[in-house]
Design a protein around this ligand. Structure first.
Ligand code: ZN
Ligand code: ZN
Ligand code: ZN
Length: 432
């Protein structure tokens, strides 16, 4: 990538001059109860008024609920008919504390788990007397997984359970605890199966591993975003028209993976990796570079979206940062390139501010990374791939089009409902 002259900006806002976000938000992370109080993605009850809350992953909304006509069913609070009838995920009553909803159906066998929980193949033994903390650790993993899955769904990426929905190409998780006397469970991905070592949910163990591996950042959510990146490489890049440009940006993935890992283990990361990669581990092999950049892209989308949905706009802050310019992108001539660039610079602003906030509290930096130009091009490549995948998944089939047409007629009679429907239909990442 050519190096570009970087310009210096200050006093800039997270919003464009016309007040709109640079990229459409994922779906927002700011929710309100029917009582008006703010409620949060993880809540299953409003702490102010006691109203039950449930997350509908299809709408990407946290809904205040009221009981439906049948036992154990729920509908959104005072919604106009016809209301979607929901079940609460069966994992609500487990240490997973899952607050997600699923549509009630008469399917046999009955579906009792939500879209996120249906991805689990193996969960920890919750009755293991030697490890009474299994439930608590698993709960932390599930919270991170719900955050991941909610974003994947809104981006329009394929998220089907390899356990029960798509046995060929789906995704599934094993959450395993290393036996006390070995062998050590390795976190990783293999053809749609993501394995996560449950010990990673133990803060002390994870922090010790982070220090030993000299990583600036190590979290459950980071692990999951990284591993799911390997899954999407298999699904969206391997054997597709994207592969040639992938190789131009990330390198030839056919180079010996095991030897690359061994080399990293023995000699450490490539010298000067900071000039080319988002992390030291990304320099090990093109697959790891991809997964690290993929995780980074998801960090950025969710964090910027969260900031925007809470109305964070540091207009009044004296922010000084070096902005990226178009020539850092993978396709500077792309018609939406300017919007991605603006998003990228939003991210730079936001993380500059949040790092200072962390330092003010004596915490490690919120964002301990620097983005070299080569990484910016890789992130733009991922953005275009994700956008194209999301657009394709949302393109209506002829049958859906006729259903949509009949919905449109209904909507004319119920303009308010149509507005609600548009709100979440337009929120995803599709550039408009
Ligand atoms: Zn409330
Ligand atoms: Zn669930
Ligand atoms: Zn990896």
């Amino acid at each position: 990538m050519p190096s570009s002259p970087r310009i210096f900006l200050s006093n800039v806002s997270l919003s464009t001059s016309d007040g709109t976000a640079h990229l459409p938000g994922l779906a927002g992370r700011a929710y309100r109860c029917q009582c008006g109080c703010p409620v949060f993605f993880r809540n299953s009850t409003c702490l102010a008024c006691g109203t039950p809350l449930g997350y509908d992953p299809e709408q990407a909304r946290l809904l205040p609920l009221q009981p439906g006509d049948e036992a154990d069913t729920w509908i959104a609070w005072q919604v106009e008919a016809p209301a979607t009838v929901y079940l609460r995920c069966a994992n609500l009553q487990t240490p997973a504390a899952c607050n997600w909803l699923l549509p009630a159906s008469r399917a046999e066998p009955p579906v009792l788990l939500c879209r996120a929980c249906r991805l689990n193949r193996t969960i920890p033994d919750l009755n293991d007397p030697d490890h009474p903390d299994n439930g608590e650790l698993w709960g932390r993993v599930e919270l991170a997984k719900r955050r991941l899955v909610s974003a994947l769904l809104v981006l329009g990426l394929p998220v089907a359970s390899r356990v029960s929905e798509d046995l060929e190409e789906g995704l599934m998780f094993d959450f395993l605890r290393s036996p006390d006397f070995g062998p050590h469970i390795l976190t990783g991905h293999d053809t749609g199966l993501i394995t996560l070592n449950l010990n990673e949910a133990d803060d002390a163990i994870r922090e010790a591993a982070r220090k030993a591996m000299r990583e600036p950042y190590r979290t459950l959510l980071g692990h999951l975003r990284h591993e799911v990146g390997h899954y999407y490489w298999d699904r969206l890049v391997s054997g597709t028209d994207w592969l040639e440009d992938f190789r131009a940006l990330f390198g030839d993935e056919t180079q010996d993976y095991a030897a690359s890992l061994q080399g990293n283990y023995e000699q450490g990361p490539r010298p000067g990796w900071q000039l080319h990669y988002v992390s030291a581990y990304a320099s090990v092999h093109p697959w790891e570079d991809w997964a690290e950049c993929w995780a980074h892209y998801l960090h950025m989308r969710d964090t910027v979206d969260t900031a925007l949905s809470f109305g964070l706009s540091p207009d009044s802050a004296q922010l000084e940062f070096t902005a990226f310019t178009l020539d850092a992108l993978y396709q500077p001539e792309h018609p939406e390139a300017g919007r991605f660039l603006a998003f990228l610079n939003q991210w730079t602003q936001l993380t500059t501010l949040l790092n200072e906030m962390s330092r003010a509290m004596g915490q490690p930096d919120f964002y301990p990374f620097v983005l070299p130009h080569e990484v910016v091009a890789k992130l733009h490549f991922i953005h275009l791939l994700v956008s194209a995948t999301g657009q394709a998944s949302r393109a209506p089939t002829p049958a859906q089009e006729s259903v949509d047409a009949s919905h449109e007629q209904e909507a004319q009679a119920l303009p308010q409902l149509q507005m609600q429907s548009q709100t979440w239909a337009w929120n995803p990442v599709t550039p408009s």
